[in-house]
Write a new protein. Structure first.
Length: 392
């Protein structure tokens, strides 16, 4: 009975996905916020689900099943070495080309596996914010000063936010059942560490190279070369992963992996689609218009006032940015008169947060922790934007 119910849920979610994927927008007889919402969800389904979210769900499922709880607690747990745990979590984005939604199953996986709230939220912010591809693109398109400020600000942000979250909820962390009663020696990996490392590296590289962004016009460097070879590289790692799965894992383990991955997908996908719909209605798409006209936003983020930086942070926090899309959007806004300070504030708040992202975080952490996390991101983005705008 339970298995039949799971299949019904699977077919329902898959059916909704394909409905949006093939939705005939050309036949919609009206324009406006509702049209923008439908168009945004269709774009999201086509460009972001299969290559970004699906691999992320499998990585999260693998973390949950194959990464020993002892290892998570050792490096990211509440009692782990703070320098090591926050250092590892804060630079995670340099190898993950993920957005604020793709990082969610990964965050949920390590948090439920026993990671401390501080390192977990550091990872949650750093995953999409310290995306090395986005930072390089920011420096190339918007200037090296903004690219450097984004990189430094994001690393510092992630650590400070994680430490503050740990301090604010220290009592609750100590009482959290996930982190109690486990010592590093309680569990041992069933296979050598190097096999687990290669297994996770293969999945991460599939995620990274399959989503490698298109280079700019005239770019003939390494970025362009990797883009031309992205499917060959992704295919190589996919074949390598298949070999590892067949040779190194038992049937029961693979069943647990698929089940765990499906659990994350079932929890996150409905909230994501609802959130993207809401974001489309309110803010529209790049070049489109939701209930809040883009001209109003542009008029409110000029200069370097406290309000303009705060407003840029708020808009960035609620607007959905897929990986790398924030750069061309900001290029247009800066051309329309957006100040440098608000631009950095949006860069620091936008890619790490979104309305769909917040809905899912609330399901993992609860309302209070989610509000504090969002508040910290917005506040720090605002302050950093003001400082940067004053300097440059």
């Amino acid at each position: 009975m339970k298995e039949m119910k799971e299949w019904k849920i699977f077919f329902l979610i898959t059916g909704i996905f394909f409905l949006f994927y093939f939705f005939p927008l050309d036949l919609v007889p009206f324009k406006g916020p509702v049209f923008e919402a439908l168009a945004l969800v269709k774009w999201y389904a086509r460009e972001h689900v299969l290559l970004c979210l699906v691999p992320a769900f499998f990585i999260a499922g693998a973390i949950s099943v194959f990464l020993s709880q002892a290892s998570v607690i050792k490096y990211l747990g509440p009692d782990s070495n703070k320098f090591l745990s926050y250092g590892v979590a804060s630079v995670s984005g340099t190898i993950l080309a993920v957005c604020s939604c793709t990082v969610l199953p990964l965050f949920s996986g390590i948090y439920k596996r026993g990671a401390g709230l501080g390192p977990a939220t550091t990872f949650l912010y750093s995953g999409p914010a310290i995306n090395v591809l986005a930072i390089i693109l920011t420096a190339r398109v918007l200037g090296w000063q903004l690219g450097l400020a984004r990189a430094v600000g994001a690393v510092v942000f992630s650590v400070i936010i994680g430490l503050l979250m740990h301090l604010f909820f220290l009592k609750e962390e100590k009482e959290r059942p996930d982190a109690q009663g486990f010592q590093v020696t309680d569990m041992e990996d069933e296979r050598p560490l190097w096999k687990n490392v290669l297994y996770f590296v293969a999945m991460v590289f599939i995620l990274v190279f399959a989503n490698w962004g298109k280079p700019g016009v005239g770019d003939t460097g390494l970025w362009s070369l990797i883009f031309r070879l992205k499917w060959w590289v992704s295919g190589f790692f996919l074949v390598s992963l298949a070999y590892m799965v067949i040779r190194w894992f038992e049937r029961d383990e693979l069943g647990e992996w698929v089940s765990s991955s499906w659990g994350f997908a079932k929890q996150i996908m409905p909230l994501l689609f609802l959130g993207v719909l809401a974001a489309g209605v309110l803010l529209g798409r790049p070049g489109g218009q939701g209930l809040i006209p883009p001209g109003v936003i542009e008029n409110l983020v000029g200069g370097n006032s406290i309000f303009s930086n705060f407003f840029a942070s708020i808009v960035g926090a609620f607007m959905y940015f897929a990986t790398l899309t924030e750069v061309p959007i900001l290029e247009g806004l800066i051309g329309a008169g957006m100040g440098k300070g608000p631009a950095l504030a949006l860069l620091l708040a936008g890619p790490a947060l979104s309305l769909p992202n917040m809905l899912v975080i609330r399901g993992v952490l609860g309302t209070k922790k989610t509000l504090v996390f969002v508040g910290l991101v917005v506040m720090m983005a605002t302050i950093t934007g003001i400082i940067y705008g004053a300097l440059f």
